[in-house]
Design a protein around this ligand. Structure first.
Ligand code: BG6
Length: 485
């Protein structure tokens, strides 16, 4: 279904995110007929290039990041015709008159302003948009993460943006919320009766959330080294996954109804203090090693110098509520892990009593594994009888739903869904100010506890599942990290 005609201004138009994600996402939506012909995508950045050069770069980006078999004949040329470019100084005066003139050509368009720049520019760009009279009822501003590096800086950004945009026109992106399987969590929990009945501390033993990447810092060392895994991944993506797993049923799918419930989870997170930080958190940094058979350098070598930034973090987190009392959430995320894998594992309590003879049965508990990437799907690990005349021998088996097999279609990238939601004005999958700040308030506690007891991150060889202390973190509780059956 086509969305309303729009003029999307992308600040940071020559940057990595625009090239890798935004342009390919917009191209796919265009090719599927969702973007009306009167829409424009206006790149804006400080780079001094002509509109034609920007179009050529966009063409190259799409050829690079969209598989050739997905590009239909003529579609790329038609898409490129919708692109324009303005050289602009987000924080200064240059370029604003030109942008204003272009936008005023079509005053009735929906106007998403996508800020894919450094967060220091969010406030200045918004002030410039306001002073040039570019904010109306149909304008929206999209903020990429990171929204700050702690609660204080997040508040300063939110204040500056909030001075010129009402909260209902601010779209804070966490692209994990645009992933199909993440949205499927809502369907799984609230469109089925069987799981929700079991979703309590009486039945669930613990939950694990793993987001593992094989990549290193990929030329982003400058940003990453000031950030680290807690700020880059855990404060946002992993906490959002935790919220969707742990929240109560929202009243409906309205943006505020969903966000109210996620906020309650964030507020219920037990603070991590200097007293328990060493027991419940592990920081790691990758050394040299091999990923998928290929040798890779250490983080320090990539960075060209020593660093105390963590590229891996594992944590035991508690949600203080009736539903979750006594059910730990183990979170872990890292760069240079053996495989790219994001999953949520809900492990149920072991059966209380066994009628089966000891030798027949490994007592595997049931697990529900929600696989976000790759091979999106879900499986329920259950005990079954081993076929054959050998007597009552049991073994764990999977009830498996592969989304790829079930729905034979391309999985749209998260940004495709999210960009169209911005145009439609649907903020359900975006973060509200109080959510971002609640997540920072909790993460600040961890950062402070770490800085009170400074310890170098534990080394782990690239291509492994993190430092051994991450294994000890969960094994101390008599549990283990999930491994594929
Ligand atoms: C980004 C982080 O938000 O998410 C990156 O800044 C990370 O460091 C990326 O690589 C992971 O996203 P995805 O969609 O590839 O899992």
């Amino acid at each position: 279904i086509p969305v309303a005609s729009f003029d999307c201004v992308v600040f940071g138009a020559t940057g990595d995110l625009t090239t890798r994600k935004l342009l390919p996402a917009l191209f796919y939506r265009f090719q599927d007929g969702q973007i009306p012909g009167t829409s424009r995508i206006i790149g804006a950045s400080r780079t001094d290039i002509a509109a034609e050069t920007f179009r050529e770069r966009a063409r190259d980006a799409i050829k690079r990041f969209v598989p050739p078999q997905d590009i239909r004949e003529g579609a790329l040329d038609a898409f490129i015709d919708h692109l324009d470019y303005v050289m602009i100084d987000g924080a200064g005066e240059e370029g604003w008159a030109e942008l204003t003139a272009k936008l005023n050509e079509r005053p009735d368009q929906v106007r998403p302003y996508y800020l894919a720049t450094s967060p220091d520019l969010y406030g200045p760009i918004c002030r410039n948009l306001a002073s040039h009279g570019l904010i109306g009822e149909k304008s929206r501003v999209v903020l990429e993460k990171p929204i700050g590096k702690d609660l204080k800086s997040a508040r300063a950004i939110n204040d500056a943006v909030g001075e010129v945009f009402p909260e209902t026109q601010i779209y804070r992106i966490d692209h994990y919320l645009g992933k199909e399987t993440v949205q499927n969590l809502l369907a799984l929990r609230f469109a089925n009766t069987i799981f929700e009945r079991l979703w309590t501390a009486d039945v669930i033993d613990h939950v694990q959330i793993t987001v593992a990447e094989t990549v290193g810092v990929e030329g982003r060392a400058g940003y990453y080294d000031r950030s680290g895994a807690l700020r880059d991944m855990l404060q946002n993506h992993l906490l959002q996954l935790l919220c969707l797993t742990a929240m109560e049923s929202p009243l409906n799918l309205d943006a505020n109804a969903v966000r109210d419930e996620k906020l309650k989870v964030l507020r219920a997170l037990k603070p991590i203090t200097p007293n328990d930080v060493q027991q419940v958190t592990v920081r790691g940094q990758y050394g040299a090693g091999a990923v998928a058979g290929k040798p890779v350098e250490s983080y320090a070598t990539e960075l060209e110098g020593p660093s105390r930034t963590e590229t891996f973090v594992a944590m035991k987190v508690e949600v203080q509520s009736w539903r979750w009392a006594g059910v730990p959430f183990y979170l872990r995320t890292g760069k240079r892990m053996p495989q790219k894998l994001s999953e949520i594992v809900v492990q149920f309590r072991a059966s209380p009593f066994s009628i089966f003879p000891e030798e027949s049965f490994g007592r595997e508990p049931n697990r529900l594994v929600i696989r976000l990437q790759p091979q999106e799907g879900m499986k329920l690990e259950v005990m079954t009888k081993d076929p054959g005349p050998g007597g009552m021998r049991l073994r764990p088996t999977n009830l498996d739903i592969s989304f790829e097999e079930t729905f034979k279609q391309r999985y749209p990238d998260a940004y495709e869904r999210l960009l169209m939601d911005v145009v439609r004005g649907n903020a359900t999958l975006f973060m509200r100010r109080d959510e971002v700040e609640a997540a920072w308030a909790w993460a600040d506690g961890v950062l402070k506890a770490w800085s009170d007891r400074p310890e170098a991150p534990r080394p782990y060889p690239a291509g492994t599942w993190g430092p051994t202390s991450a294994i000890a973190l969960i094994e101390r509780d008599g549990r283990t990290w999930h491994e594929e059956l």
